[in-house]
Design a protein around this ligand. Structure first.
Ligand SMILES: [Zn+2]
Length: 248
């Protein structure tokens, strides 16, 4: 297989995978099931970073045979019946430690239950949003309680498109978080919708926490440089005086 670009789900390194870090195999499966001529495809990738060496494994069940509707051709893996990501368990991305632990763990949980319960995952993303709003925007204690009221506190401080994203997380998350008034009315949350919410949470991490951290690091670096220049300037003023016999 040709080398391909891959981002490690453990360390976040974007890298190019060549054949010695990539393996695909096919396994035979009990065939007298409702699945026609099934085979299991197992794919594994090892992270080339020497500090990580993380292992990714996924499996998928396919029909093995001729192309659909054809009576000749070559036998190969065809339609996919199901797929599973085995290692790591979820699609979560590593997040920096300066994001509070509780917020990161809500995010991890939203990722972990995404496939099995998109509705619960959406509720967890909503909780994550509330944690972010409280922590990042320092919502005062007396304004805390109802998420809608908490969010209105930050409305004027965020860009309109970010605000729309926040509203989407909140309203879809509401479906999972609250029992509908009519219990017979069940609104489903589709996996791709819950996944979108997770991506929006990741955008908030990036736009707010990561950006702020970068600004702080840059400001600290500039401060250090300014202090060094000032010291050099002071030393420079003294220096020309030195050959004439020191300070007056
Ligand atoms: Zn890695």
């Amino acid at each position: 297989m040709d080398p391909f670009n891959w981002t490690c789900p453990y360390c976040g390194t974007a890298t190019t995978i060549v054949s010695d870090h990539h393996w695909v195999s096919q396994a035979d499966i009990a065939s007298r099931s409702k699945f026609l001529a099934p085979k299991l495809r197992v794919e594994s990738i090892s992270c080339p970073s020497p500090d990580c060496k993380g292992l990714f494994i996924s499996a998928s069940l396919h029909r093995f045979g001729l192309p659909t509707g054809k009576t000749e051709g070559h036998y190969a893996l065809r339609e996919k019946y199901a797929e599973w990501q085995l290692m790591p368990r979820s699609r979560s991305k590593p997040q920096p430690e300066y994001i509070p632990e509780e917020i990161r763990s809500n995010y991890l949980e939203a990722c972990l239950i995404l496939k099995d319960s998109p509705k619960a995952s959406a509720a967890m993303s909503r909780r994550c949003l509330q944690g972010i709003a409280r922590d990042f925007w320092q919502i005062p204690m007396n304004r805390r309680g109802n998420l809608g009221a908490e969010l209105s506190f930050v409305k004027d401080q965020v860009a309109p498109d970010t605000w729309d994203a926040i509203q989407a997380i909140r309203s879809i998350g509401d479906i999972g978080a609250h029992m509908e008034k009519d219990v017979n009315l069940i609104i489903e949350v589709e996996p791709h919708e819950a996944e979108l919410l997770i991506e929006l949470i990741e955008t908030l991490f990036e736009d707010w926490y990561v950006d702020r951290h970068k600004r702080q690091v840059r400001a600290a670096a500039v401060k250090t440089i300014a202090a060094e220049k000032l010291n050099a300037k002071k030393a420079g003023i003294k220096a020309p005086l030195a050959p004439e016999g020191g300070e007056p």
